[in-house]
Unconditional design. Structure first.
Length: 569
């Protein structure tokens, strides 16, 4: 008989459900051609006008399983908390809920008997199998990458409660920072951003609406649009969360949200919050500081083997000054913390002056700056010098006073680590001179300057190998004297990288370690370009060269390298 046992049962169940009559059943059974699962589904849908979900219900009943309509399920950040997304995608399963101690998992293939056991081993929870259509599960993964759900219900509530029309319907007093949906929305924005791997959240009022954007892997992307009248209430709610003055809307304010106080989820993260009056209302930018994320070991930061060896030598010196430079968000803090973590032993006293304290590390004595009461980097440094430290970290050298005390500390037997905002390592010398520090003081205290940037890593799953031609080949040969097959990002991306072609970031470094020739150059007050040549003769790789070495290793693409750092002149 052409129909297999399962197919026969499916047809019988459809008769029981009243979707087929006996005559149609006999027609199906009497067909000479072989009907596999998919062929039977197609035939039932096209010739017998049975819906896809009705077919699923019949199939589930035939197999003694519960049917599940995955197309109605909304993916959220919590979906893949227990079972990794890659595993779900590979095996076409989707965790859709939990009842008591049991996980509800939708399966596309009901005959895959080993999978439930694997999932149980992975999660430590018994699995209840539900049957879903393979097409629906595949579509969920495809769509889930495009936009993470999770706001629709809250935005809908805000729409119902506050109205989407900005004219007439809504009075200012209707929307308050204590409204249920506003509290829910602010929490949801922070939670969703955290699970998406966001570094900064931007809440920006526009003329007719409020836009929420996330910065992920250094690239800003729009996430949400809200009615204009929701803006002030959302900003006020965020201000309440960090104990700021909600009546003061004309001046910028800085604060910190300790998110653990506002969520029932086990999220131990803080947010550094900055509000500013903009032309259409107050805007807020929040930097996520994940306290669960410990510092990475130095080798995981992207240092080349040569740079890593040199840098480790510098941080183990008994005294001197180590400076890190680069723009905001270039990974300076993470490198400093990783370096301190490596030298943090019980016999070493480490003091840090930070604004704000981003990560708390055990064994470190960290001090939060408070400019309003006069606690600045300079006053903290002065106090530290009387506290018998071995290593001092100063968050940033911003003025002549701090720079002067920092150099003094480095000359009097302390290892001083700090940051500066300059573009590359050689220009840092000029910056210190501009602050009024004598050249001989700089040359005798400086151990090394490390300039750094963060570049997006190309996605390992969907990257495409290419042979560089023309200008690309020329750039590679000129900078690192090498040319060969490199990778480019897949323009379509894949589910793993969310369709962007890039996933994660890697650091590039320009490490200028002082030597006799460089000390001589600093004393003679040579231009930055001359100092750069001296440093390169001493073995320094520029940011551009280091970025292309990462391209050679297949970590990133040439486009990303050139977009991050321009070629050397």
């Amino acid at each position: 008989m052409p129909l297999g046992k399962i197919q026969l049962q499916i047809v019988s169940k459809l008769v029981e459900m009243g979707r087929l009559d006996e005559e149609q059943r006999n027609t199906l059974i009497g067909r000479p051609d072989d009907l596999s699962g998919e062929a039977l589904d197609k035939l039932l849908q096209e010739d017998f006008k049975i819906t896809a979900f009705q077919c699923l219900v019949a199939k589930a009943r035939a197999l003694n399983l519960s049917p599940y309509n995955v197309s109605r399920y909304r993916l959220s950040a919590q979906t893949f908390e227990r079972i990794p997304q890659e595993f779900c995608q590979e095996n076409l399963v989707l965790p859709v809920g939990q009842v008591g101690d049991m996980l509800l998992v939708a399966f596309a293939n009901p005959f895959e008997v080993t999978l439930p056991t694997k999932i149980q081993e992975m999660t430590g929870k018994p699995v209840v199998r539900l049957l879903a259509r393979e097409k629906d599960i595949r579509e969920k993964f495809a769509k889930g990458q495009e936009k993470s759900a999770g706001f629709d219900d809250v935005v809908q509530q805000i729409g119902v409660e506050f109205g989407h029309e900005s004219d007439g319907e809504l009075k200012d007093e209707d929307v308050t920072e204590e409204s249920g949906p506003i509290i829910q929305l602010s929490n949801r924005i922070i939670e969703d951003a955290y699970f998406a791997g966001t570094s900064d959240i931007h809440v920006e009022p526009q003329e007719k609406e409020v836009i929420v954007r996330y910065r992920i892997d250094g690239v800003c992307m729009e996430k949400l649009r809200l009615p204009k009248k929701v803006g002030p209430a959302l900003v006020a709610r965020l201000k309440i969360m960090c104990n700021l003055d909600i009546a003061e809307r004309r001046l910028p304010q800085d604060g910190r949200i300790i998110f653990k106080q506002y969520t029932k989820k086990n999220l131990d993260l803080d947010l550094r919050v900055s509000t500013a009056p903009l032309n259409h209302g107050e805007g807020v930018v929040m930097r996520i500081l994940d306290k669960q994320k410990t510092t990475l070991p130095l080798p995981a930061l992207g240092f080349s083997q040569e740079n890593l060896t040199k840098y480790r030598e510098c941080i183990r010196q008994p005294y001197g000054m180590i400076l890190h430079c680069g723009p905001t968000g270039s990974g300076k803090s993470m490198t400093l913390y990783s370096a301190l973590n490596e030298v943090n032993t019980p016999d070493v006293v480490i003091r840090t002056a930070e604004d704000p304290i981003e990560y708390t590390l055990p064994g470190l004595n960290q001090m939060q700056m408070h400019r309003q009461i006069g606690l600045t980097f300079a006053t903290a440094l002065r106090a530290f010098l009387r506290q018998d430290p071995d290593i001092i970290l100063v968050g940033e050298i911003r003025d002549k006073e701090t720079a002067g005390i920092a150099v003094e500390a480095a000359l009097t037997g302390h290892l001083l680590i700090s940051t500066l905002h300059t573009n590359d390592a050689p220009t840092t010398i000029g910056r210190l001179t501009d602050m009024g520090i004598e050249s001989f003081m700089i040359s005798s205290s400086l151990l090394c300057v490390c300039a750094q940037r963060l570049m997006r890593r190309v996605c390992k799953t969907c990257r495409q190998q290419i042979e560089p031609m023309g200008r690309e080949k020329e750039i590679l040969e000129k900078a690192i004297g090498w040319s060969g097959p490199i990778f480019k990002a897949n323009p379509k991306g894949c589910p793993k990288c969310g369709g962007s072609g890039y996933k994660g970031r890697v650091g590039i470094h320009e490490l200028m370690v002082t030597n006799d020739e460089l000390v001589d150059g600093i004393n003679k007050q040579l231009e930055a370009a001359e100092l750069k040549k001296i440093a390169m003769r001493g073995g320094m790789k520029t940011l551009h060269q280091d970025s292309l070495l990462k391209v050679k290793d297949g970590l990133t693409t040439l486009e990303e390298a050139i977009a991050t750092v321009p070629p050397d002149m």
